[in-house]
Write a protein that binds this ligand. Sequence first.
Ligand code: FES
Length: 105
Amino acid sequence: MSAPANPATLRLPRLAEADGIVTIHLDGEPVAAKTGESVAAALLAAGHLLLRTTSGGAARGLYCGMGVCWECAILVEGEGVQRACMVEVREGLRLRRLEGREAAR
Ligand code: FES
């Protein structure tokens, strides 16, 4: 999915104005994130709406945003499958989108 023209407008003002910037990696590609935001928020702000696919190939992404639905499941290197909305970004965090059945819990 393409990045929006101005990702900063998708962030809460408190985070858009935050000084801290870290680099996370999604499927090997660097993504700039603001200190204090969740992985889901950082990816959404960068235009990455697709976080995983179902066994039938359907796209999934942020839904509840509060750790309940698991629609945002993503593989966090060294930590296994996590909810993107519940993991805070940190420098060097490596993520991989789950495809098909590997996303099943
Ligand atoms: S969006 Fe529902 S658990 Fe993350």
